[in-house]
Design a protein around this ligand. Structure first.
Ligand code: GDP
Ligand code: IMO
Ligand code: MG
Length: 426
C-alpha cells in the first residue's frame, strides 16, 4: 500500500507542484487533500508553463488519475475553467475525479473574504481573497454546501436559503454589500455549473482505497504549507485548512498506516506572501536580489513574495509536524549569484538561544536569527543533472542543511524545468 505525501515546509510556493509532477511519473493517483484555488502550482515542461490552482499536479501524465479529495474547497467555475484551459493546451482531463463531499465555494464566500479583509485595514491577513476562509468557516459551522448538493436542487435551494438568511443581512448591515440572491446563485450553480461538473464527481475515498488495495501508488499533494497550517502555523496569519501531512487523513479519507513516505519541499531560502511573522525576512538588496532572481511573484495573485534566508529552526519543526522522511530543496540556482549564503540555525530571544520554534507567537515576533554564513559557489547550477556536476561548496552547504534539519535531502531543484534537478540519493 505505497502512499506518499508531498508537503510544503515553509510558507508556500516551495515548488511542491514541480516535484509532484516529477514523482507522478511513478504514481497512479495524485490527490489534493485540502485548500482550494488559493494554491498556485507551477509546472514547466519542455519550455511550456502550466499554472494549476485546483487540479492536481500529476495531470500532465495520461496514466494519472487526478483526484480532488473531500477536504478541498471547490469553486466549480474555477475548476471547469482550469479543465478548459488544460484541454485547449492538449492535456486530457477526462480522468479527473472530484469528491461529492468536497465543500463548494459560493459567491458570498468570496464577497465575505474581500470585505472582511478590507474591514481589517492594517490588520488584514493578506488572504488570496478566493473565499477559502469563509468556505471552511461554513463547513465547521455545519452550514456548508457540498458538491453532492448540486444534484439535489431542492436541498441545494433549502440550504442556500438558510445560509443567506444570516449572511445577506450581515453583508448589508455590517459591510454595506448586496449579497447575491438564492435565485441568482441557483441559476448559475444548478443550471450551468452542475451539469458540466457531473462527469467528474465520484466517491474519491473508495477510489483511493481501491487503488491502495490493488497495490497502486498514490501521491497526496499538499497545497499551502506547514506554517500556513490552521493549527500549527503562525496563527492568525494562516490558511483555514491543514496542509500538514496529517491533513491527508481527514482530507482524503486515509489512515496514517497507509503512508510510507512524506516528502517535504523547501526553498533554499524562504518566501512568504501576505502578512505575519517572518524571523529571517530580508529588507535589503540581498532580499531584492532573491525576489528578482527567483521571480518571487505569486503564481496565483501576482503579489510580490517577501524574501528571507533559509530557516533551519522552522524546518526542524516541519520535520516533526509532518514526520518527514526526506526533503527536496528547490531554487538552489537562485543563490548562484551570491557571494555568501546564510542559514539561520537558531533564534536568540531574552538572552536565550532557541533551537526549536517558540510555542508562544509573541516570542516569535521578537526573535533574532543566529546565522551561519557560507561562501557562495560562484557558478551556474542550472545545467546540473548529477551530483558530480555540483561544486564542492554546494555539497558542503547541502550537507550542512541536512545536518541541521535531521532528515536526508534527496533532491535539489536547480531550475524550474521538469528535468532541472539533481538526485542525491535513490
Ligand atoms: P508551489 O506552490 O509550491 O507549487 O510553488 P509555485 O509554483 O507557486 O512557486 C514556485 C516557483 O518556482 C515556480 O515559478 C516554479 O516554476 C519555480 N521553481 C520551482 N523549482 C525551481 C528551481 O529549482 N529553480 C528555479 N529557478 N525555479 C524553480
Ligand atoms: P501554494 O499551494 C503561498 C497565504 C495567503 C495568506 C494566507 C491566507 O501555491 O503554496 P487564504 O486565501 O488561504 O485564506 O490566505 O495564506 N496563502 C499562500 N501563500 N502559497 C500558497 O499556496 C498560499 N495559499 C494561501 O497569501 O497569507
Ligand atoms: Mg504556489
Amino acid at each position: 500500500m505505497p502512499a506518499t505525501i508531498i508537503v510544503g515546509t515553509q510558507w508556500g510556493d516551495e515548488g511542491k507542484g514541480r516535484f509532484t509532477d516529477l514523482f507522478a511519473k511513478e504514481m497512479h493517483l495524485v490527490v489534493r487533500y485540502q485548500g482550494g484555488h488559493n494554491a498556485g502550482h507551477t509546472l514547466v515542461v519542455d519550455g511550456e508553463t502550466f499554472a494549476l490552482q485546483l487540479i492536481p499536479s500529476g495531470v500532465l501524465y495520461s496514466h494519472i488519475t487526478p483526484v480532488i479529495g473531500n477536504g478541498v474547497v471547490v469553486d466549480p467555475k474555477v475548476l471547469l475553467d482550469e479543465v478548459s484551459m488544460l484541454e485547449e493546451r492538449g492535456v486530457d482531463c477526462s480522468k479527473l475525479k472530484v469528491s461529492g463531499n468536497a465543500h463548494l465555494i459560493l459567491p458570498y464566500h468570496q464577497l465575505i473574504d474581500r470585505v472582511t479583509e478590507r474591514h481589517l485595514g492594517k490588520n488584514a491577513l493578506g488572504t488570496t481573497k478566493r473565499g477559502i476562509g469563509p468556505a471552511y468557516a461554513d463547513k465547521a459551522a455545519r452550514v456548508g454546501i457540498r458538491v453532492q448538493d448540486l444534484y439535489d436542487p431542492k436541498m441545494f435551494r433549502e440550504k442556500l436559503t438558510l445560509v443567506l438568511k444570516d449572511k445577506a443581512p450581515m453583508l448589508a448591515k455590517v459591510y454595506n454589500q448586496l449579497s447575491p440572491t438564492v435565485d441568482e446563485i441557483a441559476d448559475v450553480y444548478l443550471n450551468d455549473l452542475a451539469p458540466r461538473l457531473e462527469p467528474y464527481v465520484a466517491d474519491t475515498v473508495n477510489l483511493v482505497h481501491e487503488a491502495l488495495e490493488a497495490g497502486q501508488h498514490v501521491l497526496f499533494e499538499g497545497a499551502q504549507a506547514t506554517f500556513l497550517d490552521l493549527d500549527h502555523g503562525t496563527y492568525p496569519f494562516v490558511t483555514s485548512s491543514n496542509p500538514i501531512a496529517g491533513g491527508a487523513g481527514p482530507g482524503a479519507g486515509v489512515g496514517p498506516r497507509h503512508i510510507d513516505r512524506v516528502i517535504g519541499v523547501a526553498k533554499a531560502y524562504v518566501t512568504r506572501v501576505g502578512a505575519g511573522p517572518f524571523p529571517t525576512e530580508l529588507f535589503d538588496e540581498t532580499g531584492a536580489a532573491i525576489v528578482e532572481r527567483g521571480h518571487e511573484f505569486g503564481t496565483n495573485t501576482g503579489r510580490q513574495r517577501r524574501p528571507g534566508w533559509f530557516d533551519a529552526v522552522m524546518l526542524r519543526h516541519a520535520v516533526r509536524l509532518n514526520s518527514l522522511s526526506e526533503l527536496a530543496i528547490t531554487k538552489l540556482d537562485v543563490l548562484d549569484a551570491f557571494d555568501e549564503v546564510k542559514v539561520c540555525v537558531a533564534y536568540e530571544v531574552d538572552g536565550k538561544r532557541l533551537r526549536h520554534l517558540p510555542d508562544n507567537q509573541s516570542v516569535l515576533h521578537r526573535v533574532t536569527p543566529v546565522y551561519e554564513t557560507f561562501p557562495g559557489w560562484g557558478g551556474d547550477l542550472s545545467g546540473a543533472t548529477e551530483p558530480g556536476d555540483l561544486p564542492v561548496r554546494v555539497h558542503d552547504y547541502v550537507a550542512f542543511l541536512q545536518d541541521q534539519v535531521g532528515v536526508p535531502i534527496r533532491l535539489l531543484g536547480v531550475g524550474p524545468g521538469r528535468d532541472q534537478y539533481v538526485q542525491l540519493r535513490a
